[in-house]
Design a protein around this ligand. Structure first.
Ligand code: JAE
Length: 234
C-alpha cells in the first residue's frame, strides 16, 4: 500500500518511522510519503489560508495549493487513489473502515487546518480519486494530523505481514462487533487480586464460553449501541 499525507506540519509524521509501521515501511509493505502543502505555494510567505467568504471567525485553507498538490500526487499514482480528508463533518471511522482502507492500493490523506479547506477542493479531488470525509468521533481537533495518524495505524496494522502474529488481530475489540474480553498474565495473584480460576483450568471450552460472556457483559455495560447493532443483524 502507498500512503501520501499532505499537511502543513510534515514533521508531525516523523513518528511513523518507528515501531511496527516503521518496520513495515523498511520492509516495503507500506510506502508512506509525507508532503508539505506549502511546497505548492508560490508567494514569499508560502500562504495556505485566507479569510472566509461570507465572514466569520478564523481562516479557510486556499484551494490553489491543494489543487496543485493533489494533481501532482495523482499524476504520479499507479492507480486511482482514495482521497481521505479527516473532518468533524465526516462519516465515522470504525474498525470496518480500517479494514476497508487496509485493502486499498493507494490512499491520499489531506490534513486540513484552521476552519477547514475550501469546499471546492473536495469536489475537484473527486476528479482525481474516490473522496471520503472521515471523522474519528464527535469532537473537534485543531487539524487533521492526529486523525490521520490514528487511521494510518488502524489500517496499517491490518495489512498482512505488518503484525507478527495475525491471530492477535482476530480477537480484538470491534472485530466481531463486541468489545474484547479482559486479559490476564502471571502472577496468578497480584496485590490480593486473583486471575479468574476458569483461565487456569485448562478447559478450553469453558475459557471460550467465559470470554464470550465477558465480551457481551462489557459491551452491554460500556457500548450498548454496539449490542443493538448486533441484534439488528440477528
Ligand atoms: N481539518 C480538521 C479540523 C478539525 C478536526 N477535528 C477532527 S478531524 C479534523 C480536521
Amino acid at each position: 500500500m502507498r500512503i501520501d499525507i499532505v499537511t502543513i506540519f510534515p514533521d508531525f509524521f516523523d513518528v511513523l518511522e518507528v515501531s511496527l509501521l516503521g518496520k513495515a515501511r523498511s520492509s516495503g509493505l507500506l510506502d508512506v510519503r509525507v508532503h508539505d502543502l506549502r511546497d505548492w505555494t508560490h508567494d514569499r510567505h508560502r500562504t495556505v489560508d485566507d479569510t472566509p467568504y461570507g465572514g466569520g471567525a478564523g481562516m479557510v485553507m486556499k484551494p490553489e495549493p491543494w489543487g496543485e498538490a493533489l494533481d501532482e500526487i495523482a499524476r504520479d499514482a499507479a492507480s486511482r487513489p482514495t482521497i481521505v480528508f479527516p473532518s468533524p463533518a465526516g462519516a465515522v471511522f470504525t474498525q470496518a473502515t480500517a479494514r476497508e482502507f487496509s485493502g486499498l492500493e493507494h490512499i491520499v490523506f489531506g490534513c486540513g487546518r484552521y476552519e477547514g479547506i475550501d469546499e471546492r477542493v473536495f469536489d475537484y479531488a473527486g476528479t482525481l480519486g474516490d473522496v471520503r470525509l472521515v471523522s474519528l468521533g464527535d469532537y473537534v481537533l485543531n487539524g487533521g494530523e492526529v486523525a490521520v495518524m490514528a487511521m494510518v495505524e488502524a489500517a496499517g496494522r491490518l495489512i498482512p505481514g505488518v503484525v507478527g502474529n495475525p491471530d492477535s488481530l482476530v480477537e480484538e475489540s470491534h472485530e466481531d462487533g463486541l468489545l474484547e474480553y479482559p486479559s490476564f498474565t502471571k502472577p496468578s495473584v497480584w496485590r490480593e487480586r486473583e486471575v479468574p480460576p476458569v483461565l487456569l483450568s485448562g478447559n478450553h471450552g469453558a475459557v471460550a464460553a467465559w470470554r464470550r460472556e465477558q465480551q457481551i457483559e462489557r459491551t452491554r455495560a460500556r457500548r450498548p449501541d454496539l449490542l443493538s447493532d448486533q441484534e439488528g443483524r440477528a
